[in-house]
Ligand binder design. Sequence first.
Ligand SMILES: *Cc1c(COP(=O)(O)O)cnc(C)c1O
Length: 429
Amino acid sequence: MAEDSSKKAAMPGWLEAGLAHVWLPYSQMKTASSPLPVVRTEGSRIFLADGRELIDGIASWWTACHGYNQPHIRHAVAKQLEQMPHVMFGGLAHEQAATLARRLAAMLPGDLTRVFFSDSGSVAVEVALKMAVQYWLNRGVKGRAQFVAFKDGYHGDTTGAMAVSDPEGGMHALFAGLLPQHALVDLPDTEERAAALDTLLARRAGDFAGIIVEPLVQGAGGMLFHDAHVLKRLRALADKFELLLIFDEIFTGFGRTGTMFACEAAGVAPDILTLSKALTGGTLPLAATIATKKVFDAFWSDDPQKALMHGPTFMANALTCAAANASLDLFEREPRLQQVAGIASALEAGLAPCRQLQGVKDVRVKGAIGVVEMARLGNLDGLRARFVDEGVFVRPFGNTIYLTPAFTIAPDELNRLTSAVVKIVRELQ
Ligand SMILES: *Cc1c(COP(=O)(O)O)cnc(C)c1O
């Protein structure tokens, strides 16, 4: 691996030995700088093997919403570990999963009342797609196996999820032979685009099982925001053309955009909703696909062929469900949404100086998401190293520098994050 110019502490032996064998995500292994060796986390802090301490601006891909090593979640997982780490979910059930399903159903809008557990966001999306396709087949309607999905969208890295993600971001060209074809269109964020989508659906509604969208924020596709009226339009179009509407709230769920779920801000409920990322407060991998009664009823039958044909080995793992229940306790007991509102104000104020700087295309904030979009960002590795030099962990991607801190971050820690962003954007002048 290439050395960066920044001073580098000696690599611990375990990392040096292991780097010959791990394959890192989205990384050109030949040229990527080596990952930072982490020995401990606490709150919004990441502790490195050489004694350095970083303030975390990402919350581990938006998962650790209560900060790291949250004691209530840790205790809940430890207690469950003593009793029963895992038992298969076929023919057996346990209290943590049953309780979590009941609590999620009670929290979600509309009659999103039936919860299917899995172990990653991508799989939750795969399940949502299969659910939608089989919904039509179970009702005796054939030919509806495609989806309407949106440019700049991201729904995961598995084949089905990748096929409904942005073609550029998902590198569809590489996998053309593998991917099913869907309609990838512009979000209906103008009258014109809404009319274009209406026209497409008028012509081809019978090809589609549903529409899939990340409500309010397209995350991995560039942290792009759209207004709630876009979601209202999608609900209206789905109703008009009798399509299922799927909201992928894997990023936006659990307060990130300012309401518990992004769809609440639009006052619309989807037919199917996916959750993962912050579901366990960033401790363990768990995901859920939640269906309305209308969707579930299409599977309710004396015919075994009409059952939902999916079942991950580790679905509803008891440790992960215990973590999720503990995370929901914290949302009930602690003022998380107020904290998100406070973070939004602090991000607005803290990132505002970037608006005056050259090369900055846009500065935007929604909930606990702060984005500085540049016209162009060159050397991402070098930039990431500069942030580490400033004592913060921030990972720009594409042309975007963004902050998605834990909701429990202290004001002075958040201030250090925004100051580092302003300082480093200024250096790019
Ligand atoms: C991260 C993400 C996924 C994929 O989740 P994984 O757990 O990485 O498989 C899907 N959809 C959205 C909106 C995401 O942000």
